[in-house]
Design a protein. Structure first.
Length: 658
């Protein structure tokens, strides 16, 4: 009975998946076809920029194939958009929402997001999707959960951001309207597997391709991943909500099934130009509007090439009687380097022929072809919204300010591609805030990436009631402890220069300041060397910092919030921190609830006693310092009185001077 129920459930899921897959194909098929044509047109490895019928006609032309050369003008502008995005990467920023969220935890989450991106090489996924959307109109990246390599806890997972090399491998709910795909209800990702890998992973499954369209080779089988959002009703043990079910399907079997720990389908679109017409979506990249201008430019350049290159092969003008019997030689006249061409001087009756064969002079290259080619090039740039100055060329020798204005105009004209990528990355951040509490459900230490791209470490404690704490550690330093499950956070992706770029710009600015005023080197030298990031820069920076003037060091200490605590009190606090840590360990090892309460009370009493003792010590030291200041004031006043000359001596000196 149970087996029959499982079979019915399997058949129901596969039937539902096939119906949705066919619907998605019907809607996305025409859109993807146009996007694929644009991708092929602008493919930098093999641009297909001649219409097939025109190319076929030129290749089969009478008298020999005509050239179909491609003089691509679009790739340089596409690279400009993509490489600008490489320098201005969207960075995730987390914003507290409710009273249980913590701004400091928000900073930790941003560092954890950076670490997730770094570990999964997310830049590759982002740039692949952006390149596809810029050229064709749409690209994708995805979030997957994988077993953590080297994990100390069995079954521990990590989140990875993956690229989708073929955008056509993703088919999703066509009814989604949000540009980041946050409202899609289901989606598919098709994956090609070698048959040997399929057998090794699922030995009991029937090897049936998900789709028999023959897209892959005979040695591969297509497996389809299916995500669907399911509403879960509330019960006595759990609250209701949404979950995402994940299936791996072959043509007949459910190979794997799991639950993705979020309420969103983890597939993220990156759109180019999007328009809606009577409920139908239209997508395009920057290439589509430039295609006509590019095709015209190729035709005009090829026509000019033919006029020049085929000039020496101009046709011959000859009477038929003159070449009769020598047709074989004359057929090779424009193909080979013949030493002579024989011809007849008289006809069959012996009468002289009126003239001998002559080559027709070529017309040369018309000036109009060059003008038309230049106009077509301008049309391409206008369609793309970018001109030569935007990619570093300055043929008109314009001023630097004019060039910067054109570059800024080009960046603004193409910024929506990068902004759409930022929208999808922000949605990825929202999904991560739901995934992290599930995969980090046990106490552990995690690495994060700070604002300065330097690694830091935090401890995750899922039992902690607050989201962020700083606890003393055994080495006397503070340990950051977080619980990502506490609080709610909004997410946005801020587009700006990468930290390394900002670092280089800051180093250049300080360098200019020092060049203009060398005396500033004594004050800014440590910062300038640290930003240069060459070998041993940190060591040199520390030495220069130690040589800073006392007033600068004091100002830095105040800015950094260095505590003005006497050394005796600081040593006592460090010792207290070690005692607290030992007490906390004892508290965690307690087996009895009563013993835990007693230890907790003991910790509280110890904390209060040490706080009062520290306060008393600080107050006593401050009182001693105040008394010392009063005594010093009296001593200064006494010295001033003693330094004044007696009245008789002052009068005598005055009289002598008179």
């Amino acid at each position: 009975m149970a087996r029959k129920k499982q079979t019915l459930q399997r058949d129901k899921i596969i039937t539902e998946a096939r119906a949705r897959y066919e619907r998605a194909q019907e809607v996305w098929g025409p859109i993807y076809k146009e996007c694929r044509e644009d991708m092929r047109f602008s493919d930098p490895t093999d641009p297909q920029q001649w219409p097939e019928d025109v190319k076929r006609e030129r290749q089969n032309a009478e008298g020999g194939a005509r050239p179909c050369l491609v003089f691509d003008q679009t790739s340089q502008f596409v690279r400009q958009v993509i490489n600008t995005a490489r320098r201005n990467k969207p960075a995730l920023s987390f914003l507290p929402v409710d009273d249980t969220s913590d701004p400091k935890l928000a900073e930790v989450l941003a560092g954890l997001a950076k670490q997730t991106e770094y570990a999964s090489r997310a830049d590759v996924a982002y740039i692949t999707a952006l390149g596809q959307s810029t050229r064709g109109g749409i690209g994708w990246f995805r979030l997957v959960l994988k077993p953590l390599k080297g994990a100390k806890v069995q079954g521990q997972q990590c989140a990875e951001i993956e690229r989708v090399p073929e955008f056509e491998a993703v088919l999703v709910d066509p009814d989604f309207t949000q540009p980041d795909g946050s409202d899609m209800g289901w989606g598919f990702v098709e994956v090609s597997m070698h048959k040997d890998d399929f057998k090794a992973k699922w030995p009991d499954a029937t090897m049936v391709d998900w789709d028999d369209s023959g897209w892959f080779t005979k040695d591969h089988v297509r497996v389809c991943e299916y995500y669907r959002v399911v509403d879960v009703p509330a019960s006595e043990d759990a609250e209701g909500g949404r979950v995402v079910e994940h299936f791996k399907l072959s043509g007949e079997d459910i190979l794997e099934r799991s639950v993705f720990p979020a309420e969103f389908v983890p597939l993220f679109p990156v759109l180019g130009n999007e328009e809606w017409d009577e409920g139908k979506r239209r997508l395009s990249g920057c290439v589509r509007l430039a295609k006509d201008g590019q095709i015209t430019y190729n035709f005009e350049r090829n026509a000019a090439y033919e006029a020049v290159a085929l000039g020496p092969k101009a046709p011959w003008l000859a009477p038929a009687e003159a070449i009769e019997g020598y047709e074989g030689h004359w057929k090779q006249a424009n193909r080979g380097n013949l030493s002579y061409l024989p011809y007849n001087t008289v006809d069959e009756h012996g009468n002289p022929l009126p003239f001998k064969p002559e080559r027709i002079s070529p017309a040369g290259v018309a000036v109009g072809w060059a003008d038309l080619a230049e106009r077509s090039k301008n049309d391409i740039q206008a369609a793309l919204g970018m001109y030569q100055a935007a990619i570093g060329n300055n043929p008109n020798q314009q001023s630097g300010r004019a060039v910067l204005a054109l570059q800024d105009k080009a960046d603004v004209g193409s910024f929506h591609y990068v902004d759409n990528l930022a929208l999808s990355i922000a949605h990825l951040g929202r999904v991560l805030t739901q995934v992290w509490p599930v995969i980090y459900d046990q106490e552990q230490v995690l690495r994060i990436i700070g604002k300065d791209d330097e690694p830091e470490f935090v401890r995750v404690d899922p039992t902690m009631e607050t989201g962020y704490q700083e606890r003393p550690s055994l080495n006397g330093k503070k340990e950051v402890v977080v619980n990502p499950a506490v609080g709610r956070y909004d997410v946005r992706a801020v587009v700006g220069p990468a930290f390394q770029t900002r670092q280089q710009e800051a180093a250049a600015e300080i360098g200019e300041m020092v060049n203009g005023n060398p005396q500033l080197m004594a004050i800014l030298g440590d910062l300038w060397v640290k930003l240069r990031n060459f070998p041993d820069a940190d060591k040199i920076s520390r030495r220069l910092k130690a040589m800073l003037p006392p007033q600068v060091q004091q100002a830095e200490s105040q800015e950094e919030g260095a505590p003005q605590i006497p050394p005796q009190v600081e040593a006592a606090l460090q010792q207290a921190g070690q005692e607290i840590q030992q007490l906390r360990q004892a508290l965690q090892e307690a087996q009895s609830g009563m013993q835990a309460k007693q230890l907790d009370a003991q910790v509280s009493m110890q904390l209060e006693s040490m706080r009062m003792e520290s306060a008393e010590r600080i107050a006593a030291l401050q009182a001693d310092a105040a008394q010392d200041r009063e005594e010093l004031k009296g001593l200064i006043a006494l010295l001033k009185q003693q330094m004044q000359p007696p009245p008789q001596l002052a009068a005598a000196v005055s009289q002598d001077m008179t």
